[in-house]
Design a protein around this ligand. Structure first.
Ligand SMILES: *[C@@H]1O[C@H](CO)[C@@H](O)[C@H](O)[C@H]1NC(C)=O
Length: 355
């Protein structure tokens, strides 16, 4: 697949480049394709180098579940150096924070809301995850350098990074592609890596990189070269620049996002004693809390103490207290109030024990 990102439209006599808030990325006329160039290309705003292979990476998170049950989620957009190696954290002066605020200020609220659904952190801290992806990988994309914009406005290259990544992701519906090939999530079925590769190759024409954890498929990386810049150029699917698949040849599981596939059989709004942390010993540190009904993870607990089958798990901080531990979320201390878990300012923290 390939596409060009910006649509230019004429409104009266004003030429508007859709998707660009302020300045304009340079338009490129160079025809060399990154990693495939036959001569040196001097224009670093129109030619991706050394990060000439761009990877659009996706997650399939089942424990905890992130994102919609019928969709993979975005991991990131990474520049590889054409040989499987990569640079990271290339410009600490542009390690921007407050991504949601930057996108909102740039008028990109629909992009932000799409990211809030499809670009998920498994710990429930999407903002930190976006900051990490931008500063580790985004700052290494040379064609997104501020010097590559006419009339550059602060941080607009970051906006472009998220726009391009989301647009690429929208064209690579891994769930749909696998489903069309009969590869569907299952707690019992297994697949071969070759079956999964064949299905995904049908979509892009190229091999992808498969990632597995504990024998279950949980990542897919799509590989591209770029003609022109990342902002305005054309992404051209290509073969991986290194062999990095971590899935076995056979017996690969593709687990359902089971926490959200069925309606809970008990009260869907409030937690009760059915939803407690599992494990042994006293908890401390930060993490998330799963709601466990009948032995299966059915969702997770959000900051106010209620639980949901889908959405973002809240981060909780546990601290040892007496023979147990206390919990707090961003909303405040957690306590059992009227028989249900509540986390709010003004609560007196309940001391929990592990059962
Ligand atoms: C491709 O372009 C880069 C950047 O100019 C250069 O370093 C590299 O040597 C070029 N490759 C070839 C085969 O000329």
């Amino acid at each position: 697949m390939s596409f060009s990102r910006f649509a230019k439209v004429a409104l009266g006599s004003v030429l508007v480049t859709l998707g660009v808030n302020a300045g304009t990325p340079l338009s490129c006329t160079n025809t060399q394709i990154s990693c495939k160039n036959t001569t040196a290309v001097a224009d670093s705003c129109c030619f991706n180098s050394p990060g000439g292979q761009l990877l659009l990476t996706q997650f399939w998170d089942t424990d905890p579940v992130t994102g919609p049950v019928d969709s993979w989620t975005i991991h990131g957009l990474w520049p590889d150096k054409c040989d499987g190696t990569y640079d990271a954290n290339c410009d600490s002066s542009r390690a921007y924070t407050g991504i949601a605020g930057i996108l909102t200020a740039a008028g990109q609220t629909s992009l932000l809301s799409y990211m809030q659904t499809y670009w998920k952190d498994y710990n429930g801290d999407d903002e930190s995850f976006w900051e990490h992806e931008w500063s580790k990988h985004g700052t290494c994309i040379n064609t997104l350098n501020p010097s590559c914009y006419t009339g550059y406005t602060a941080k607009e290259e970051l906006v472009n990074f998220f726009e391009v990544t989301v647009q690429l992701f929208k064209g690579l519906d891994t769930y749909k592609t696998l489903t069309a090939a009969g590869i569907t999530p299952s707690t019992s079925k297994t697949y071969t890596s070759a079956e999964i590769q064949a299905a995904l190759k049908a979509a892009t024409g190229h091999t992808v990189t498969l990632g597995c954890s504990n024998g279950a498929l949980n990542e897919v990386w799509y590989h591209f070269n770029v003609k022109g810049s990342v902002s305005t150029g054309e992404f051209i699917a290509t073969e991986p620049d290194g062999t990095k698949s971590t899935c076995a040849a056979s017996g690969v599981k593709y687990l359902p996002k089971s926490g959200a596939t069925t309606s809970p059989t008990t009260s869907p709004t409030k937690t009760s004693s059915a939803a407690v942390p599992t494990g042994t010993g006293i908890f401390s540190g930060s993490g998330y809390l799963n709601a466990i009904i009948g032995g299966a993870i059915k969702g997770c607990i959000i900051g106010a103490g209620t639980w949901y089958t889908t959405g973002t798990c809240a981060s909780f901080t546990a601290a040892a207290s007496g023979s147990g531990f206390t919990l707090s979320s961003s909303k405040g201390a957690c306590a059992i109030v009227n028989g249900a878990l509540s986390c709010a300012s003004g609560n007196t923290a309940t001391v929990f024990t592990v059962c």
